[in-house]
Ligand binder design. Structure first.
Ligand code: HEC
Ligand code: HEC
Ligand code: HEC
Length: 433
């Protein structure tokens, strides 16, 4: 037998294998393309009866819901045009921008039908089969009722139109291929409306709806996996976003908010401060400032009632009984505190001039990593809660990395009774975030 003849059957096998792979790929492409084609079409659930006449009452309800869902946080233009979009979201694989959601027909969503709007909020698909990225929290809004979605639309359409063209996204391949989101949605989007739990009170159900479908607390407080999907089974157990720790808010007594009183929770959510628990800073302060402080007291109470029922989970930062006694040895930290902080914060941890500056009991001074503490030192705080201006200057320029790390560790020891391990390199790294 020649070597030629001996190879022929082998070649045939290889050819057959290659053909099978090719067929599998072609079938795969056809099946995928058909799936995408089916997915972008209007589904029965996206369609419904028209909302009817746009009354003042409908617009008012829409305004309340738009505020509770904090659409403005992401859609107000950086230079102040309401809902005209353009806010950048820096992701590991590029930057995407929020869009113009005013009723301008050319640059906004003025041509969208009610069904188009409902499909976008529930399934992240815009007209023309244009998939949206989950930086837009449709994975939460999907639970919203059609009536509420359309009240929001009615409100948005009642506002002045802004003629502001959308920014081009800057994403690398393959992330710039929007159709790929069809498969991400298949894995991570639970396309389901909120269903009340008949075993729970009306308040708990209202709170659950507000926290998930509207207030999207989980977008910040629930950890994400490597594919950016929220992790099942870790609801509200905490996560890190843009350098800030969104703490565990489950009912666990040490790691979560189970030991907070109802009054403390209500006060924190509606005014960004609770006696004995510190103040909200960073993204949470913004959520209170733009959205949560405008909830009715019944709705705040409903959120509190719901948080009580969230299954306890451990992990993240615990607040034990914090002794104020432990004095750190580090002289530099004490010196910076005396020089730059004591004036507002006092050694007792009670704030001077404003209760917002009271540090005693705050989760941030109990976190040995000093994540949020470093953020507030670098960025300061400037908010308006319930007609009160709250201000802390940024210290990034005034102090070196070593000084900021030292004062962070001092604060953690003095107010949290823990050994902080903030290193100057950590401060340097967070300056870049
Ligand atoms: C956490 C930030 C965030 C919040 C909160 C948010 N959005 Fe968005 N939204 C985005 C981003 C980012 C995009 C762009 C997504 C893309 O290009 O894929 C977007 C896109 C959209 C679109 C698609 C517009 C288009 O032209 O394709 C609509 C509609 C929309 N948002 C409505 C809303 C409404 C209504 C709310 C409040 C109920 C809201 N958004 C809250 C970030 C947000
Ligand atoms: C944009 C992101 C974001 C959203 C949305 C958000 N949070 Fe937060 N939340 C945070 C961050 C960050 C902190 C830590 C703030 C700090 O250091 O002061 C926080 C802190 C808290 C705390 C204090 C926890 C503690 O131990 O000190 C509570 C309670 C809380 N959030 C509840 C909620 C609820 C309820 C919702 C939804 C209605 C919500 N948050 C929505 C980011 C967010
Ligand atoms: C001009 C007054 C002022 C000065 C000076 C000041 N702070 Fe603050 N600080 C505040 C106020 C007001 C708040 C509450 C901000 C808020 O509501 O988020 C605050 C909040 C904090 C928090 C809580 C953050 C959180 O996530 O809960 C920490 C920690 C803190 N300051 C540390 C310091 C340190 C350390 C210094 C000195 C380097 C300092 N502050 C200087 C006024 C001040």
């Amino acid at each position: 037998m020649s070597s030629q003849d001996r190879r022929t059957p082998a070649r045939r096998t290889v050819f057959r294998a290659v053909s099978i792979v090719a067929v599998v790929i072609v079938v795969g492409i056809v099946v995928s393309a058909s799936y995408v084609f089916y997915d972008v079409s209007m589904h029965a659930e996206d369609k419904g009866t028209p909302i009817g006449p746009v009354t003042a009452a409908l617009i008012e309800r829409g305004e309340y819901l738009t505020s509770a869902a904090d659409c403005a946080a992401c859609h107000d233009t950086p230079n102040g045009k309401p809902f005209a979009g353009g806010l950048p979201f820096k992701l590991p694989f590029g930057t995407i921008y929020s869009t113009n959601i005013t009723a301008d027909r050319e640059t906004g969503i003025g041509n969208w039908s009610d069904d188009d709007f409902v499909r976008a909020l529930r399934r992240g698909i815009a007209p023309g089969g244009h998939y949206l990225y989950p930086a837009f929290p449709y994975t939460s809004f999907t639970a919203m009722s059609r009536d509420d979605a359309l009240a929001i639309k009615a409100y948005l359409f009642s506002l002045p139109q802004q003629h502001v063209a959308n920014e081009e996204n800057d994403l690398s391949f393959p992330f710039n291929q929007r159709w790929g989101m069809a498969f991400w949605n298949l894995a991570f989007l639970r396309d389901q409306r909120f269903a009340p739990d008949s075993a729970q009170s009306a308040a708990v159900n209202r709170g659950a709806y507000l926290a998930t479908a509207i207030g999207h607390c989980g977008e910040c407080h629930t950890a994400r996996n490597l594919a950016y999907g929220v992790e099942g089974g870790r609801e509200f157990a905490g996560d890190v976003l843009v350098g800030w720790r969104a703490y565990n808010i489950t009912s666990d007594k040490r790691f979560g908010v189970g030991a907070w009183s109802d009054a403390q929770l209500a006060s924190f959510l509606s005014s960004a401060h609770a006696q004995g628990r510190g103040s909200a800073a960073g993204p949470m302060a913004e959520a209170v400032e733009n959205s949560l402080q405008y909830l009715t007291s019944e709705d705040t109470g409903a959120l509190v009632a719901y948080l009580r029922t969230v299954a306890a989970q451990t992990g993240e930062v615990n607040t034990g009984q914090a002794p104020l006694a432990q004095e750190p040895e580090d002289e530099l930290g004490r010196h910076v505190f005396e020089d730059g902080c004591a004036n507002c914060h006092q050694y007792s941890g009670d704030g001077r001039q404003t209760v917002y500056a009271s540090l005693a009991g705050s989760r941030s001074v109990n976190d040995p990593d000093g994540a949020n503490l470093t953020q507030i030192l670098l960025n300061g705080a400037k908010y308006r809660f319930k007609d009160q201006n709250v201000y802390m200057p940024p210290f990034g320029a005034a102090y070196s990395d070593a000084e900021l790390a030292a004062v962070a560790n001092y604060v953690i020891a003095h107010f949290g009774g823990k050994t902080g391990h903030v290193a100057p390199q950590d401060v340097a790294k967070r300056r870049q975030e």
